[in-house]
Design a protein around this ligand. Structure first.
Ligand code: CDP
Ligand code: MG
Length: 735
């Protein structure tokens, strides 16, 4: 049940009076299409759908400045070279006619807010225009930030193609743990988080002539912090140009923040979009999305489909089901090409979504929010919008951050619908009712800064010398409770002293592009003489949950292979270390990965990350030390970083977090899921059907008082269910 209160009757539906759209009764005997005059025998398709979904056309999103002569795609003859075609494409973009005007405005004003519909050419063209206009003379760079790493990679690839240069040379990108730039790079695309890190090394960004904060409407945590920082340096670096670009029209807020900077609007070119709602709420949006895609595929004219989903798992599920169902239909339906796109999609597969769809086939792009404004995929005519996305939320009281699937905002819904009307009139199918839209969706998404753990940001700002966080120039300030919590957490981690100043530990931590808990774990490994092991663990944890591979038909084998690394119930952290070391011993063999149901791609990424962490250790002057036969020091180093994440077993078999009590469970994928140690330390909490701890290791409670005496007292860790720990056993704190 997605919308608990949405049992709305048709009569209450404000749009119900309007003309009903094509009625589908798929799964019965026939399908009525286009006001009942086109009948199609559906017996062949019957088993495609359990039940069709009824949609009702509710509104039309008006096209913006519809230009008839632009209606058709320019014809491209096969004889044209790729670069000729690219040059033509560039000229057909909505931004192109405004090139001179835009450059003039940039010359006239130090700060400019640029607004333009997604796909108008802001991200790919503006840096090129600036380069052509001489902004990269005397070796200066143009920097363009993106909230998402996939966007940074894909856009820079496109721009390097357009400029006919090799990616990583004149045009490059920089994302966490991956720097694809060189001495030559003059157009640098990067995640907003990476630019934030560049401030640490170059506080005035002297090597840049222009900074373009792109996708500003996304209001990510890093973008919001960047706003304050770039505004500040623009005051004393008058030669620096600042562009704030956004896909949405509420640019006044940006203009106000940047001292009434002028707004440059790129007139859009969007075709009208018919928006359809379901007539009744859908209980299962995954199933509804699949049915709708197939419905479109068999009933609608040519044109590609874009489906918005919340994450990789959902995308993979739908990918699999769609493949299965269309395979069953064989040649009875046209070919359906399924293209997933999400943040962790391997680079070599990312390009596939931009490939033109072959004649007679249809492409369906299964995307996360990334396709909302960050990436433009040409040829999309149909959008399927289940109305959800993953949203981070943070509870400053408990200090817990979680990623939850939430309804999107109305602004997002509009953006999503707009994606279908870029190259011709489009249709958007919302898998929720008009009533839900009106009543359950907020107008806008709350900026991330107001729903995040700020420890990382506070640490970065402190290391930039910004101590007065209360008076930092925020567009929307974070809740003071969250700032306080971050200070508290950093103090407990020994990154700040009691006056709130950065300690030596804190300065070292700030060098690592990791969450403070992970950085602390690494810095603490120095004292436990196990930095070699700890950076392997940190690298493996940073890869995410894609190390082990569990094919549906070989689950037992895969699980057995996985348990091999857990021998002795060492816990998940040590198991990750075992995997890494075993792989290293085979000289990083791919075959070994296959045999052990391990994803070789994730391992390679872990190795890259590990190499970089090793470099950073050197920078903060931590020696590589190893203690392979003693597990306790390794576990203590983990505890030094993660002592906020601890839980104690209850009689019920569930766990309770030690501070800010909350009921949690060991994730079934953990090697300790059957073991249930009395005390546990975990890497993260994930909420699925229950609140689960992921990556769990057994903990000795006395370590808490020893390692984090600011945070734990003896009474917190006394084990009332068994023998009490003798008083006075807590050792002197070491860190
Ligand atoms: O930033 P904005 O949304 O205004 O547009 P853009 O990202 O600069 O995209 C302009 C054009 O480049 C669109 O027609 C995209 O389809 C195309 N593009 C592409 O073909 N491949 C990419 N990786 C990125 C953009
Ligand atoms: Mg863009």
């Amino acid at each position: 049940q997605r919308y608990r209160d949405s049992g709305v009757s048709e009569k209450m539906n404000p749009f119900a009076e309007q003309e009903a759209w094509e009625e589908h009764q798929i799964g019965k005997a026939s399908l009525r299409y286009g006001s009942k005059n086109k009948k199609q025998d559906l017996t062949d398709y019957q088993y495609v759908f359990e039940d069709g979904i009824d949609f009702i056309k509710a509104s039309v999103l008006d096209g913006i400045q519809y230009e008839d002569e632009m209606a058709g795609e320019p014809e491209v003859s096969a004889a044209k070279s790729l670069s000729e075609k690219l040059q033509e494409d560039k000229k057909s973009l909505p931004i192109f006619p405004y090139r001179e005007e835009l450059l003039q405005a940039i010359n006239d004003h130090q700060i400019l807010v640029i607004v333009g519909e997604t796909g108008s050419g802001k991200t790919t063209q503006i840096p090129q225009y600036l380069h052509e206009a001489g902004f990269t003379k005397d070796g200066k760079k143009i920097g363009c930030t993106q909230p998402r790493r996939v966007a940074a990679m894909s856009v820079s690839a496109r721009v390097s193609q357009e400029m006919g240069v090799k990616l990583g040379h004149e045009v490059g990108y920089s994302i966490r743990f991956e720097d694809c730039t060189s001495e030559k790079t003059i157009l640098k695309y990067m995640t907003d988080g990476m630019l934030l890190r560049e401030f640490l090394g170059e506080p005035d960004l002297a090597s840049y002539s222009v900074i373009m904060v792109d996708e500003a409407h996304e209001r990510t945590l890093s973008t919001d912090i960047l706003f304050g920082l770039v505004k500040d340096i623009a005051r004393f670096r008058k030669d620096l140009k600042l562009l704030i670009s956004s896909a949405t029209l509420d640019a006044e807020k940006f203009s106000d923040f940047f001292d009434s900077a002028p707004i440059f609007k790129i007139p859009g070119r969007r075709y009208p979009v018919d928006v359809h709602f379901t007539t009744a709420p859908e209980a299962d949006y995954i199933d509804a999305a699949i049915v709708t895609v197939l419905q479109i595929h068999v009933t609608q004219p040519a044109g590609d489909i874009l489906v918005f989903l919340t994450g990789q798992e959902e995308i993979e599920t739908i990918d699999e089901i769609l493949k299965h169902r269309t395979r069953g239909l064989g040649t009875k339906i046209a070919e359906l090409i399924i293209c997933p796109i999400y943040a962790n999609l391997p680079t070599e597969l990312q390009a596939k979504i931009f490939e033109p769809t072959p004649e007679g086939a249809r492409k369906v792009v299964l995307a996360t929010n990334i396709a909302e404004t960050s990436l433009t995929i040409d040829g999309i005519k149909y959008v399927v919008d289940p109305g959800f996305c993953k949203i981070k939320s943070y509870n400053p009281r408990t200090g817990m951050e979680s990623l939850l699937i939430n309804p999107i905002s109305k602004a997002s819904a509009m953006q999503r619908a707009g994606r279908s009307g870029r190259t011709g009139p489009g249709k958007c199918f919302r898998l929720y009712t008009a009533y839900n839209y009106e009543n359950d969706l907020d107008d806008n998404t709350i900026p991330e800064i107001q729903r995040s753990n700020l420890a990382n940001v506070v640490l970065s700002l402190k290391s930039l010398g910004i101590h007065d966080l209360v008076n930092f120039d925020f567009m929307d300030p974070p809740p003071s409770e969250a700032v306080l919590k971050a200070l508290e957490q950093l103090y407990a981690l020994n990154a700040l002293n009691s006056r709130g100043e950065l300690t030596k530990v804190g300065r070292r931590m700030a060098e690592f592009p990791l969450d403070p808990m992970l950085s602390k774990m690494i810095v603490a490994s120095d004292g436990y003489k196990c930095s070699e092991e700890i950076i392997s663990i940190a690298a493996m944890l940073s890869v995410g949950n894609s190390i082990f591979y569990r094919p549906k038909d070989k689950q037992v084998h895969a699980d057995n292979a996985r348990l091999n690394f857990h021998t002795g119930n060492v816990g998940d952290h040590i198991a990750l270390l075992n995997v890494y070391n075993a792989w290293k011993e085979t000289n990083f063999s791919t075959q070994w990965c296959y045999e052990n149901y391990i994803q070789v791609r994730s391992m390679k990424r872990a190795r890259d990350i590990r190499d970089q962490l090793e470099g950073l250790l050197e920078r903060v002057e931590i020696e590589i030390t190893s203690n392979p036969h003693e597990l306790d020091p390794i576990k203590k180093a983990i505890t030094a970083g993660f002592f906020h994440h601890t839980a104690r077993l209850q009689k019920t078999g569930a766990y309770r977090t030690i501070k800010n009590p909350q009921t949690v469970h060991i994730h079934p994928s953990s090697g300790l899921a059957q073991v249930l140690p009395r005390w546990a330390i975990y890497h993260e909490l994930v909420l699925t059907s229950k609140e689960y701890m992921r990556q769990v290791t057994e903990l000795k409670p006395e370590w808490l008082v020893e390692i984090a005496p600011h945070y734990y007292q003896l009474k917190d860790v006394e084990d009332s269910s068994t023998k009490k720990m003798p008083r006075g056993q807590g050792k002197a704190p070491i860190s």
